[in-house]
Structures are given as C-alpha cells and as structure tokens.
Design a protein around this ligand. Structure first.
Ligand code: FAD
Ligand code: NAD
Length: 465
C-alpha cells in the first residue's frame, strides 16, 4: 500500500550534506522529510571519514607500541604487542553507532520526518520511498534537495568482491592479510595503505601517475613519499593494473608495457569516487549535468526550479565539510535568507603520516592566476614542541599578495597538522594579512608557532630560523 504525504522540503540522502540540510531546515521551521536508503550519516559516518580515522588511529597506536618494543629512546619498555583486529573493528563500529544514532536524535529534535528507504524520483516534486518494512510512501514536495553522494569507482578488470576490496571492505577486515596491494595512491589508497602497513601488513601501492597524491603539489607530498619509503611501503608509480588471479596476484603494467605480478591476499582498489546519479530515476528530471555530476550554480540550484543539489553528487571536491556547508546554505535559502555558497577556501586534509593540509591557494595556483605573491615556509625541525613530540618532519607554508600581504593560502605537512586547518581557514575567511598572524601571540610551546613564524618569515622577520 502506498501512503501519500506532502511536505515543503524533501531531502534525498542522509549523509553529511543531507542530514545537515534537514537539521537546519527543521530548526528554521521548514516542514522537512528526509529519505535515507542505507544508514543515517551516509558515507562519512558509516564507511568513510570517521571509520577510516578510527582505523588509522588504532594502527598508529599499535605501531607506536611495536616501535617502543623494539627499543625506545624515551626509555619506555614494552614487550611483544599484539593486535586483535576483530576487537579493533568492534571499537570502530561503536564510534560509528554512537555518531549515527546521534544524527537520528538531532533530526528528531529538529522535527524532521525520516523515511528509512530508497527514494525513486517521479518528477522534480514527487518521489516514492520504498520503506524497509515493505510499504512505500509517495512524497510531494515544494523543494527537492538531492544529496545522494558518491560511490567507489570499480576497475572493469577487478570488480569488487572476495579478495578485491573497496574502501568499505578495508574498514571492516575479518583478518589482516599478509600482503595487500593498493591500487591508487590518492586519499584513500595512502590513508588506508599506511594504516595497514602500521598494522604489520606488507603493503604495495600501484599508482598510474608518476607520484603519490598527485592532486597536491610536489613539495608538500615529498615528506609523505619519504615516510612511505621509511615505513617500508613498496611503490610502483606510473603503472596500471591489468587484472588479478588467485595464483599470481595483481597483474601490473609499467610505462614500458612490461608486465609483472604482485602476489597479494587482498587488493584495495581506491581509484576515485563517482557521483551517485543513477538508479533512482534522476534521469527523468533531465537536469543539466557537468560531466558525471549534477551541475549547480553558486546557490546550489540545479537547472530545474526548486530542485537543489549538494555534496558529492555535485562533484569535486568530494569532502564532508563542503557537503555540510552547502546543506546549511540551501536550508537557509529555502527559509528565505539571502545566501550563496561562495567560500574563500575549502580546506583539504589528507590523514597520511605525515598529514597534509591545503587551505586556499598554493604558490603555483596563485601565480597561475596572475597574482604577484610571496611565499615562505617554516620547518617543524626548528619548532620546540615538534621536537618533544618526535615530529620534526614537514613545514608550514604561507602564500600572500606581495602588495598588501593579504593571505591567499596555507599549506602544511607534518604530524598532526590537520588541526591547523581551523586557524588557516579562519585567517583566509576573515581576510587576514601576514601582519595579523605574525603579530598574534601564539602559545608556546605549540606546533602552531610554526604558523606565526611562517607569516613572520614571509615579512622577512622570522625569529627562530
Ligand atoms: P554521502 O555521505 O555519500 O551520503 C549520501 C547518502 O544518500 C547515502 O547514505 C546513501 O545511502 C543515500 N542515498 C543515495 N541515493 C539514495 C536514494 N535514492 N534514496 C535514499 N537514500 C539515498 N571527506 C572528508 O571531508 N574528510 C575525510 O577524512 C574523508 N574520508 C573519507 C574516507 C573514505 C574511506 C571515504 C570513502 C570518503 C571519505 N571522505 C572524506 C569523503 C566524504 O565521506 C564525502 O565527501 C561525504 O560523505 C559526502 O557527503 P554527501 O552527503 O554528499 O554524500
Ligand atoms: P583520489 O582521486 O584521491 O585518488 C585516486 C588515485 O588513483 C589517483 O592518484 C589516480 O591517479 C589513481 N588511479 C586512477 N586510476 C588508476 C588505475 N587504473 N591504476 C592505478 N592508479 C589509478 O580517490 P580516492 O582515494 O579513491 O578517494 C575518493 C575521494 O574520496 C577523494 O577524491 C576525496 O574527495 C574523498 N576522500 C577524502 C579524504 C579526506 O578528506 N581525507 C579521505 C578519503 C577520501
């Protein structure tokens, strides 16, 4: 039996984009229905950001214990550390459950009606949601928000299943393989590849480009490359994969077209994600597309009136915080507020070891945009706190206009630098100049002093180098 309901806003997808939009809409008094076919929290909370960071943390702790067992300069003595990976996965699942349960509570508190089921579009104002219990609900809405996210790209020669893992499989291993081949040295391949190495697995990475993390500038990724080599991760750059068989492993082809095999019990394919636009009747709306993703304007409007789209379904950068910011922006516009999605910068953080952060423009991007700029870096090797944390690799770099010192971008690589993204983003959004950061008193001893010193160095006034 199909029930019919009418609402002002229907959100399809309960990931960070969709759930934030729905919470904000509810807070603003907009009657809102949210349909989610899998689990509230979407990719981010269930099979993405949060579980990957939990596994990365567990792997770091295990590696630290092993490092100490091998003899520590700090005088700590540990013997024979072991990891129970099933317990690690249960601990990770506990965090996921706490957060996804919390999203349900927040939606309820905001008065949002959640429909647990897959939505099928009829037109820009009607969708039918097939509820998990078997019934269906036909929802008529004034505004439709598409927040259907993305899914991993599959290699035709190695479809997911069995030993061929997607990131989702790699986040819930039943046992640790002895050897893991990772295809793709991007975000997922390196974040999880490094974690598996720290868990004691022999990791080999195959990457089509000539360097790791090819979307970041080379100066930033150099410390990551060095760390990978030190950690014993084997790299095959400029190589493509041709298939897999259980006897030989992964078939790899290098630039000279020579083929060789990499034996492995498991293969993690992490060659990108694509917007989720098929399988739910979206084609019938005939929205303008930009390549594979739904095209949107600076208001997150699609080509159809009152049909909005946010998050991964709208393409790069496919990041949770971008989806959330867009969701909030759309809810406020539906409530009648004058908003646009035009951030000065969207931070990008790669949780490798060392971590990489990019906010705003790199020196190369600023120069390519025709801007006359200065840039300066401060190494953690000259930072006292970094020494006490045994984390002296990497640096903070700032990019600013030469004429008025307006800060255009920040980049950093090093242990724990992800947390600097907040300071970087705030300085750019608030239109800070080098003097503002250079003359702000930064607490001592902190890694953040490298931020102040980078700004001072750009002004020719560095104190500690
Ligand atoms: P999603 O989170 O993908 O949510 C979309 C939801 O829509 C899903 O729950 C899906 O079930 C639902 N849905 C789809 N179609 C329908 C339908 N027809 N009916 C009902 N429901 C539907 N980003 C970061 O910023 N930082 C990180 O550290 C980070 N780490 C990541 C690690 C991994 C392993 C992965 C895979 C991704 C990571 N990301 C990270 C990316 C981040 O997860 C995504 O950018 C983010 O989840 C996108 O949010 P979204 O709301 O657009 O889509
Ligand atoms: P990615 O785009 O970061 O990296 C894919 C890599 O695979 C690239 O380096 C590419 O050159 C390589 N590649 C593509 N085809 C190949 C082939 N056939 N053989 C070998 N190499 C190949 O994609 P991803 O790592 O799958 O992550 C997907 C998206 O998820 C990211 O773009 C990002 O938006 C999001 N994500 C973000 C974070 C974060 O913010 N920390 C973490 C994980 C994922």
């Amino acid at each position: 039996m199909t029930k019919e309901i009418t609402t002002k806003l229907l959100v399809i997808g309960g990931g960070p984009g969709g759930y934030v939009a729905a919470i904000r809409a509810g807070q603003l008094g907009i009657p809102t229905v949210l349909a989610e076919g899998a689990s509230l929290g979407g990719t981010c909370l269930n099979i993405g950001c949060i579980p990957s960071k939990a596994i990365i943390h567990a792997a770091e702790e295990f590696e630290r214990a092993r490092h100490q067992a091998a003899g520590s300069a700090l005088g700590i003595r540990v013997s024979d550390p072991q990891i129970d990976i099933a317990q690690t996965v249960r601990w990770k699942d506990g965090i996921v459950a706490r957060l996804t349960g919390g999203v349900g509570t927040l939606l309820r508190k905001a008065g949002v009606q959640v429909l647990k089921g897959w939505a099928q579009m009829e037109d820009g104002k009607t969708a039918t949601v097939q509820l998990q219990g078997g019934e269906s609900v036909r929802v008529r809405c004034e505004h439709l928000l598409l927040a259907t996210g993305s899914e991993p790209v599959e290699l035709p020669s190695m479809p997911f299943g069995g030993p061929i893992w997607s990131s989702t499989d790699a986040l819930s291993p039943d046992v640790l393989p002895r050897r893991l081949v990772v295809v793709g040295a991007g975000y997922i391949g390196l974040e999880l590849g490094i974690a598996y190495r720290k868990l004691g697995v022999e990791v080999t990475v195959v990457e089509a480009a000539q360097r790791v993390l090819p979307s970041y500038d080379e100066e930033l990724t150099e410390p990551v490359l060095q760390a990978l080599q030190k950690q014993g991760v084997v790299l095959h750059l400029g190589c493509s994969v041709a298939g897999w068989d259980a006897r030989h492993g992964v078939h790899v082809r290098n630039a000279r077209a020579d083929e060789f095999a990499l034996p492995a019990e498991r293969v993690l394919v992490a060659v990108g994600r694509r917007p989720r636009t098929a399988g739910f009747g979206l084609e019938s709306l005939q929205l303008d597309m930009a390549g594979r993703h739904v095209a949107i304007d600076a208001h997150c409007r699609t080509s159809m009136r009152n049909v909005w789209a946010i998050g991964d379904v709208t393409g790069e950068p496919m990041l949770a915080h971008r989806a959330m910011a867009q969701g909030e922006c759309v809810a406020e516009q539906i409530a009648g507020r004058n908003r646009r999605f035009e951030p000065m910068a969207i931070p990008a953080v790669c949780f490798t070891d060392p971590e990489v952060v990019v906010v705003g423009r790199t020196p190369g991007e600023a120069r390519a945009a025709g801007l006359d700029c200065i840039d300066a870096a401060f190494p953690f090797a000259a930072n006292g706190r970094a020494m006490t944390l045994e984390s002296t690799g990497g640096f903070v770099r700032v990019v600013a206009r030469r004429d008025n010192h307006l800060i255009l971008g920040w980049q950093a690589v090093g242990r724990g630098v992800a947390e600097l993204a907040a300071a970087f983003g705030q300085s750019i959004e608030m239109g800070a100049r080098l003097e503002d950061v250079g003359h702000t008193i930064h607490a001592h001893p902190t890694m953040g002093e490298a931020v102040q010193e980078a700004a001072l160095r750009a002004l020719g006034q560095a104190l500690h180098i």
